[in-house]
Design a protein. Structure first.
Length: 81
């Protein structure tokens, strides 16, 4: 599926290393992780990549997603088990 103009939910984003690879092609990204320290690392890289308006980072667990299912075109779940 092409990412052009897609609304993406990434579950388990960690430090954002995968997020940065696809975010510029997407319309909007909600990247979540349960680990605060990993989210802090992702936040540190957010503005330096010019993605602050496109990517939202949030602390949450995959079992209790803070969003409606219909809000996204694609979900990414990688390295999160």
């Amino acid at each position: 599926m092409p990412l052009d103009d897609a609304r993406v939910l990434e579950i388990g984003c960690g430090d954002g290393r995968l997020t940065w690879k696809y975010a510029s092609q997407s319309r909007a990204v909600l990247a979540i992780d349960a680990d605060r320290s990993k989210l802090a690392a992702a936040r540190a890289g957010l503005s330096s990549r010019g993605l602050s308006g496109k990517v939202k980072l949030a602390q949450a667990a995959g079992e209790t997603l803070p969003v409606r299912r219909e809000a996204f075109d694609l979900a990414i779940f990688s390295w999160s088990l």
